[in-house]
Design a protein around this ligand. Structure first.
Ligand code: IFM
Length: 439
C-alpha cells in the first residue's frame, strides 16, 4: 500500500484527554464540565466518571512506548484546559503544563510528530459557572489558554488544533442537551457556536504570535446528512441539519461567513469585525468521519429537524450500528478539500464495538480501516490534498456518556487494572505504518 502515500504523510492515531487520562483530581487539576455531568446518576452508562478512564496520566510512558512500537509517525492528543488552568483563567497549574511538556518531549524523542488539540470538550467548570460558551467573554479566556500552552510547547509541537468537533459539542451541549451543560436552548446554541468561532480565531492568532511557523487548524466532524425518506420536508431537514452540523463552524472559520440557512439567525450575536476576527490564517483542516447520518422533519423542534435512524437497506454497519460506507468517506474528503482548499488531515476514523476481551482478534476493525484507507486513496487520486490519517484510537477509553463498554482502541484496556493488551488491529496498523515512506 505504501507507494500511494507521500513522504511525510502523518500516519498515526488520535486520543483525547478526558477519555484516557483519568486522575481528574491529581496534581492540581480543576474540575471540568464532564466531571460535574458525571456526578448525576443515570447520565453516564454504568455510573462511569473520568476516573480511571484508561489510566493514561499514570501510564503515559507505556503509551508512548506503544506508539513507538506501532510505528506511528504522528500522534494527536488533547490538552486538558482544567489541568493547565484549573479555574479556566488566572494562575497556571505548573504540574499540569509539565505533564504535557514531558509527553511532548517523549514523543519527539520517539520520532513521533505531536499534534496538540486545545479543546476536546473538557471545559473548566469554573468557566461554565460564568456562562460557558454562550457567554462572549469565553473567547478571550480561550485565547489566553492557547497562548499559555503554545508558549510552553510550540517550540516542539508543529501542529495545533483549536477545537475537536465544535459542530458536535455546541449542538449536543446547548440544543439537544445530551452533553454538558445539558441545555436545550436555541439562543444558547447559536451563541455558543459564534463564541467558539471567535475563540478559534483568537486562539489561532495567539499561537501564531508565539510561533509564526506553527501550523494551526481546527478539527471538524464532517458527515453527509441525508434525508430519512423521500418526503420533501425530510430533504429540507437534511439541508438544515447539514448546515448546522457540518458547515456553521468551518464556513465561518475558513470562508468568513455563516451558511445561507442560518446566516440571519446568527446576526444577534455578531458584532462589527467578528467575521474577520474568526477567519484567522489556517494551515490545515482536520476531518473526523465515521459514517453518514440521516435527518427527518420535526416541526416541534427548533430548526424543524432531527437526527433519525438510517434506512434498513442492507448496508453493512459496525456493531454499534454506524453504517460502513467508505464511498461516503471518499466523497467527504473530496468535498472538504474542494470547499476549503486546505490540506486535509483525517484526524479520526474508527470502529466501535463492545468487546469482552475473550479474544483480541478484531477482524471487523481491520476490514473497516482497510476499506476506509482505500477510500482515502481514491480521494487522493481525485485530487484531494490529504496529508495524514490518524485512526481513532490508540486505547480503549471512556466513550463519554456511553461509558467504557464501547471500544474503539487498537489496544485493549482492562477495565479493572488498566492493563494494556494489543489487539490484532495494532499489528495490522504497525505493518501499514512501517511500510510507509519516511518523511
Ligand atoms: O470518542 C469520540 C471522540 O471523542 C470524538 N469523535 C467520535 C469518537 C467516537 O464516538
Amino acid at each position: 500500500m505504501s507507494p500511494a502515500w507521500p513522504e511525510g504523510f502523518l500516519w498515526g492515531v488520535s486520543t483525547s484527554a478526558y477519555q484516557i487520562e483519568g486522575a481528574t483530581a491529581a496534581d492540581g487539576r480543576g474540575p471540568s464540565i464532564w466531571d460535574e455531568w458525571a456526578k448525576v446518576p443515570g447520565r453516564m452508562r454504568d455510573g462511569e466518571t473520568g476516573d480511571p478512564a484508561s489510566g493514561h496520566y499514570l501510564r503515559w510512558r507505556e503509551d508512548v512506548a506503544l506508539l513507538r512500537e506501532l510505528g506511528a509517525r504522528a500522534y494527536r492528543f488533547s490538552i486538558a484546559w482544567p489541568r493547565v488552568l484549573p479555574l479556566g483563567r488566572g494562575p497556571v497549574n505548573a504540574a499540569g503544563l509539565e505533564f504535557y511538556d514531558r509527553l511532548t518531549d517523549a514523543l519527539c524523542e520517539a520520532g513521533i510528530v505531536p499534534i496538540a488539540c486545545l479543546y476536546h470538550w473538557d471545559l473548566p467548570q469554573a468557566l461554565q459557572k460564568e456562562g460557558g460558551w454562550p457567554a462572549r467573554d469565553i473567547a478571550g479566556r480561550f485565547a489566553d489558554y492557547a497562548a499559555i500552552s503554545a508558549a510552553r510547547l510550540a517550540d516542539r509541537i508543529p501542529f495545533w488544533a483549536t477545537f475537536n468537533e465544535p459542530g458536535l459539542f455546541t449542538m449536543f451541549g446547548h440544543l439537544t442537551g445530551g452533553h454538558p451543560p445539558g441545555l436545550k436552548r436555541t439562543d444558547a446554541y447559536l451563541a455558543a457556536m459564534h463564541h467558539v468561532n471567535l475563540a478559534h480565531g483568537g486562539a489561532t492568532r495567539a499561537i501564531l504570535a508565539v510561533r509564526s511557523d506553527a501550523r494551526v487548524g481546527c478539527v471538524h466532524n464532517v458527515q453527509p446528512v441525508r434525508p430519512g425518506s423521500d418526503a420533501p420536508a425530510d430533504a429540507e431537514a437534511a439541508g438544515m441539519l447539514g448546515e448546522l452540523w457540518n458547515r456553521a463552524l468551518p464556513d465561518a472559520q475558513l470562508l468568513g461567513h455563516y451558511p445561507d440557512r442560518i446566516a440571519a439567525l446568527m446576526e444577534p450575536w455578531i458584532r462589527g469585525g467578528d467575521l474577520a476576527a474568526i477567519r484567522a490564517p489556517a494551515a490545515w483542516i482536520g476531518v473526523n468521519h465515521y459514517s453518514p447520518v440521516y435527518a427527518k422533519h420535526d416541526p416541534s423542534l427548533p430548526f424543524a429537524c432531527a437526527f433519525t435512524d438510517a434506512p434498513r437497506d442492507g448496508t453493512p454497519a459496525t456493531p454499534i450500528n454506524w453504517r460502513i460506507e467508505p464511498g461516503a468517506f471518499r466523497d467527504t474528503l473530496t468535498d472538504v478539500h474542494a470547499r476549503y482548499r486546505l490540506p486535509v488531515v483525517v484526524t479520526e476514523n474508527g470502529y466501535g464495538a463492545e468487546e469482552d476481551g475473550t479474544t483480541l482478534e478484531d477482524a471487523g476493525r481491520i476490514a473497516f480501516h482497510e476499506a476506509y484507507i482505500g477510500a482515502m486513496r481514491e480521494a487522493r487520486a481525485q485530487g484531494a490534498d490529504i496529508r495524514g490519517y490518524l485512526a481513532w484510537t490508540l486505547l480503549d477509553n471512556l466513550e463519554w456518556s456511553g461509558g467504557r463498554r464501547v471500544r474503539f482502541g487498537l489496544v485493549r484496556v482492562e477495565p479493572d487494572t488498566q492493563e494494556r493488551r494489543k489487539k490484532a488491529s495494532f499489528a495490522w496498523f504497525a505493518r501499514l505504518f512501517r511500510a510507509a515512506p519516511e518523511g
